[in-house]
Design a protein around this ligand. Structure first.
Ligand SMILES: [Zn+2]
Length: 354
């Protein structure tokens, strides 16, 4: 059966789907609002012993709208892997569903304060300020100062900028994040968000108290269409590299190979810093070419800040963003679904049940 057809299409349906499945399969479910908003909840679901020897953590929706894919993969894990845990191995699985439920529900990548949460996880001593030179050059292009009545084709503008400043400069500008333009794209915030503070209390202790953790934070919108890659945001030992190469079927990318992931404030680096026994990986799925994804982000951000909610323009910008991060194409979805299933097969066989 092609289960990729049964993916939920709204934030609330996604929550309902994972909670129903979790209940059916005997998971412990704890729903919390990390940002004190009754409607926007993050769901923590756990299966396995209280004090496991090994812990697999899978998180979704740090980037709001990217949660559709993350949720679908989490639902797949509950469906197919709940009875795959070998009780003799004392391993457990923890799923964290919808870390940024506001963005998930409102079809945004950012949170209620326009913060890109994957740029907010700075370490002690790092400052919430600055933007790289590339971003300053691109600011007017990325963040038009009002709702553009006529959208100048973004691909043309970006093409021109790329010719002038080089693709690397565009990627660096985007990946690096910025702390100086609060209504701009990729804004990392001006202080630790409530989400960060909440995860410090509820997620870190789980990881810190386990001898070995493998954490995947699911994202979409970067890379070849329908393919996943492991983006590494922290130093790894030779042993970890060996394992991750096998698990990913050799689809690992390190920051020095790929400017697209040179982000300060990324969640994975923060996890590793506070829990050195954990390998924390960004599991990224490709959707559309970078300039197309960036065009959708730009249009949605302009709509969010300057548009009229309820207007056609506004709705179009929102739907375009959802499509950019969660393509409706059946072939894309079934490919991603099947590849993810094989990936988690390997994770269970070669790591969790070892
Ligand atoms: Zn993302």
């Amino acid at each position: 059966m092609d289960e990729s057809n049964s993916w939920a299409e709204t934030y609330h349906d996604c929550v309902e789907q994972v909670v129903d499945l979790g209940t059916q399969h005997g998971w412990t479910i704890d729903s919390q609002s990390l940002v004190d908003h009754e409607l926007y909840r993050t769901t923590f679901m756990k299966l396995g012993p209280e004090r496991p020897r090994k812990l697999l953590v899978v998180t979704s929706g740090l980037h709001g709208v990217e949660g559709f894919l993350g949720s679908a993969i989490q639902a797949m894990i509950i469906r197919h892997f709940s009875n795959r845990l070998d009780p003799e191995r004392e391993s457990a699985i923890l799923l964290v569903h919808a870390i940024n439920p506001f963005g998930f529900d409102q079809l945004r990548r950012f949170d209620e304060n326009n913060v890109d949460l994957n740029r907010n996880f700075l370490l002690r001593g790092e400052e919430y300020q600055g933007a790289n030179e590339g971003y300053r050059n691109l600011n007017r292009l990325l963040n038009p100062p009002n709702w553009p009545r006529f959208e100048i084709p973004f691909a043309l503008q970006a093409g021109w900028k790329i010719a002038r400043h080089g693709l690397n400069s565009l990627q660096r500008a985007v990946a690096g994040g910025q702390y100086d333009y609060p209504s701009g794209l990729f804004f990392g915030g001006q202080e630790p968000t409530r989400t960060l503070r909440a995860l410090e209390k509820v997620l870190l202790p789980e990881i810190q108290s386990t001898p070995a953790t493998l954490h995947f934070d699911i994202h979409s919108g970067l890379g070849l269409s329908g393919e996943y890659q492991f983006l590494v945001g922290h130093e790894l030992s030779a042993e970890e590299i060996g394992l991750l190469k096998v698990l990913s079927a050799n689809r690992m990318k390190f920051p020095e190979e790929d400017k697209a992931y040179e982000a300060k404030g990324n969640f994975n680096r923060w996890i590793r810093h506070h829990a050195p026994m954990a390998s924390s990986i960004c599991l990224e799925y490709g959707t559309f070419p970078p300039v197309e994804v960036l065009g959708a982000l730009r249009a949605e951000n302009a709509a969010h800040h300057w548009g009229e909610p309820g207007s056609n323009h506004f709705r179009e910008a929102k739907n375009r963003l959802k499509e950019a991060f969660f393509p409706s194409s059946r072939s894309w979805r079934s490919r991603v679904y099947n590849e993810s299933k094989s990936l988690f097969d390997r994770i269970f066989d070669l790591w969790l049940n070892q």
